[in-house]
Ligand binder design. Structure first.
Ligand code: PHE
Length: 339
């Protein structure tokens, strides 16, 4: 019997586990109600008298060994589960940071601004609620001028002199009120027209106006500036100027860029001609300079205005102007990595 206890003692000392269930089985096997310890204690009575002291001592040793083992293994298990924390695998890569995206109109606007900044233009802005003078009259569009009909206007009821600006040309006027030539400025901003909403037109859209006034500015300067712009923005170096009419420029032109006819898409957006209209432009009408107390004998200038929506449609293949204002994440998220 003594050998039995010694064998158990050895087994208990050797026992190791990292598994809670296994440890519990071990505890029950030795210290449970019908466990080995109780059975050995029960047998104590039958032990011959002379063996009792040794038997008793060994049995107590075994009991203590069982208790010590269970306690120390339980502590170890608790430490291990604390180390594991919530049970997540800490070696996994982290979640990516959620990234926002710029709106395609902002991307386009910023690209255009960057190009003109490089050739000495600064950026100017004006209010979206304008008065008649800045939006029309000062731009050589007096009251009852038929060309006012070119831009269907939202007027503001409270004051018939107020309106939502129909173009960013109003910022030209505000800029010339405050600055004398040489002037080189571009003015981005939102404009409004009372038009039917369709794939190509909306009641609100964005323009960028350009204005350059100095001594000796010529139509050739306008052409070269626009050519530089189309090369930089689209990588296209063929443009043409078609005669046109704007009250605030003389002569006036509409500028087309040769887009090409390589793909079916090119055919569709250029209606089979290869050419796309991208802006209105011209030499600043002397009347406009005189309205601003700028000597039109001494100074000349050019101006141009382009629609950002149209340019962004070309750059990104966006088929419908309404998509810009719908805030559909399926569109917006495509611009996450676009600068
Ligand atoms: N303001 C004109 C428009 O909105 C565009 C333009 C600007 C034309 C400057 C010529 C010069 O249609």
């Amino acid at each position: 019997m003594i050998e039995d206890i010694e064998k158990y003692l050895e087994e208990v000392r050797q026992f190791q586990t990292a598994d809670g269930e296994e440890l519990e089985k071990f505890r029950i096997r030795f210290a449970g109600k019908k466990g080995i310890l109780n059975e050995l204690f029960a047998r104590f009575k039958q032990v011959p008298k002379e063996d009792k002291p040794r038997y008793g001592k060994l049995l107590n040793e075994l009991k203590k060994a069982v208790e010590d083992k269970v306690r120390s293994l339980r502590e170890e298990l608790a430490r291990a589960s604390a180390r594991a924390g919530s049970g997540e695998d800490l070696t996994k890569p982290g979640y990516p940071y959620p990234l926002g995206a710029r709106h395609p109109l902002s991307i386009t606007k910023n690209r255009i601004i960057d190009i003109f900044k490089r050739i000495g233009f600064n950026v100017s802005e004006g209010p979206e609620i304008e008065d008649d003078w800045h939006n029309f009259t000062a731009l050589n569009l007096p009251e009852y001028h038929p060309a006012r009909d070119m831009q269907d206007t939202f007027f503001i009821r409270r004051n018939p002199d107020w309106l939502l600006r129909t173009h960013t040309s109003s910022v030209q006027i505000r800029y010339m009120e405050k600055h004398k030539p040489p002037i080189r400025t571009i003015s981005p901003g939102r404009v409004y027209r009372n038009e039917d909403i369709s794939t190509r037109s909306h009641i609100q859209f964005h323009q960028i106006e350009g204005l350059y006034v100095d001594e000796g500015v010529s139509f050739a300067d306008l052409k070269h500036t626009i050519l530089f712009f189309t090369k930089e923005l689209f990588g296209k170096s063929k443009i043409r100027f078609r005669p046109s009419y704007f009250p605030f420029t003389e002569p006036s032109a509409e500028v087309d860029v040769y887009w090409g006819l390589k793909t079916e898409h090119d055919y569709r957006i250029t209606k089979g001609t290869g050419w796309l209209e991208i802006m209105g432009a011209g030499m600043v009408d002397p009347n406009v300079l005189e309205n601003m107390q700028i000597d039109s004998q001494k100074y000349t200038g050019f101006a141009f205005g382009l629609g950002i929506e149209r340019i962004a449609m070309l750059l990104f293949g966006i088929p419908d102007i309404r998509m810009y204002y719908e805030n559909d994440l399926r569109l917006l998220e495509q611009f996450k990595s676009v600068l």
